[in-house]
Design a protein around this ligand. Structure first.
Ligand SMILES: *Cc1c(COP(=O)(O)O)cnc(C)c1O
Length: 418
């Protein structure tokens, strides 16, 4: 395994080694086909091996895979991101982890302060200072803190319960003049989907502004996925505020290693070479990765998001019907086109403590029954389910037919495991 959650530790059994993907489907090395509801953990918005993306990437690779100079694809991708989102400028990097790490450094450089506020259950990549109570991957493995991270590195990290305005206010009352930034998932998706309560993100933006701290909104998962520009489109755009810095990844790489952070010009100008905050990468803005990302975003039209939302609503309905028929208590939560299922709970989940109350045994039974029936779900109860534009919303489409056939038995297996 090269990334721990893939190892099936949370659900047991043997991970499937995939040999190929096409549209909504994955095929493993034994030739078994699965409807894919993981989508490489988010990036595959258009489905696997989209012909136009494959063609563009193949042509880009034929022109040379890396130059170590500025090139056109990175400019096109940056322009597309700036066009869709409330950032003035972006810096391209190679992973979401690198994006949040660099955004934190920039926030500290800009404010001249060291403390960072994060929320329990939010995952921002494996950045040393941000691994405290970091949701899915860490919970799944039962790692309490993280060996290898010196105490002084996390000493400046303040971890608060999600959706808790009073806790935010209390932290700022005590440390307001020392806090460089609040970093939050725009809508958490790494403890299952836990939507921000109405006004929560706006509150963070206001408190940060009042105290001279920066709001870093992590849209690595939600960006170009929850909605066309990301989760901001569903709150800040409507309410009239914007984060100081935003991080992106996953969808914007089109299945390649590409990520970004961006924000207000005044802050971004502090980055080297214009400013003194150092940040660099040999493969940053790689022409093949940038071509994959740009092509994916160009193809991700408003119609694609409408279709994705329709499919998401249809699948949520099917799951709820099957679980209700089998008598499995559950809550389905969504933000835009993204959703997840909480097992064995009856109340909405608003924070990490709530998410951890779920019945993971029920999910384990459900997961394996679905896998046996040819549906590939995330191998952890604390993950979002991802669809693609290649999953038709029609109930009689091939992927949804496979799902409909698998669901009743899996729901009964979940009920029996409780
Ligand atoms: C996936 C993810 C990251 C980390 O991105 P990597 O490319 O895996 O390093 C950071 N933040 C959020 C919200 C994510 O979902």
């Amino acid at each position: 395994m090269n990334s721990p959650v893939r190892a099936f530790r949370a659900v047991g059994g043997t991970p499937r080694f995939m040999a190929s993907g096409s549209g909504a489907w994955l095929t493993d090395v034994d030739g078994e086909r699965y409807v894919d509801l993981v989508g490489s953990w988010g990036p595959m918005l258009l489905g696997h091996a989209h012909p136009a993306v494959v063609e563009a990437v193949t042509a880009a690779a034929a022109r040379g895979t890396s130059f170590g100079t500025p090139a056109e694809p990175e400019v096109l991708l940056a322009e597309e991101i700036v066009d869709r989102t409330p950032v003035d400028q972006v810096r391209l990097v190679s992973s979401g982890t690198e994006a949040t790490m660099s955004a934190i450094r920039l926030a500290r450089g800009f404010t001249g302060r060291d403390r960072i506020v994060k929320f329990s259950g939010c995952y921002h990549g494996h950045v040393d200072a941000l691994l405290a109570e970091a949701g899915s991957g860490v919970v799944t493995l039962g790692i309490p803190g993280t060996p290898g991270v010196p105490a002084h590195v996390t000493a400046d990290t303040i971890v608060l319960p999600y959706n808790d305005r009073a806790a935010v206010d209390a932290a700022f009352a005590e440390y307001g003049d020392q806090i460089a930034a609040v970093i939050t998932e725009a809508a958490p998706g790494n403890m299952g989907i836990v939507p921000p309560e109405p006004g929560f993100n706006a509150h963070l933006a206001r408190v940060c502004a009042d105290h001279g701290a920066l709001l870093v909104s992590d849209e690595v998962m939600t960006g170009f996925r929850a909605a066309r520009s990301g989760h901001w489109e569903l709150d800040g755009k409507v309410e009239g505020w914007r984060p100081d810095l935003i991080t992106f990844g996953k969808v914007m790489g089109g299945g390649f290693p590409a990520a970004a952070f961006g924000g207000r010009a005044e802050i971004m100008d502090l980055l080297a070479p214009v400013g003194p905050v150092y940040q660099a990468g040999t493969l940053s803005g790689n022409p093949v990765a940038a071509t994959a990302g740009w092509t994916t975003l160009r193809l991700a039209t408003p119609q694609v998001y409408e279709r994705l939302l329709a499919t998401s609503e249809q699948v949520r309905r099917m799951v709820t019907e099957a679980l209700s028929a089998a008598g499995v208590p559950h809550v389905v939560q969504s933000v835009g086109t993204m959703f997840s299922v909480f097992w064995g709970v009856t109340e909405p989940v608003r924070d990490f403590a709530g998410a951890r109350r779920q019945d993971t045994d029920a999910y384990t039974a459900f997961f394996h029954a679905m896998l046996d029936a040819g549906v590939y779900l995330p191998p952890s109860a604390f993950e979002a389910w991802f669809l693609s534009a290649a999953h038709d919303p029609e109930i009689d489409s091939e992927p949804l037919t496979r799902l409909a056939e698998a669901l009743p038995g899996a729901a009964r297996a979940a009920a029996a495991a409780r």
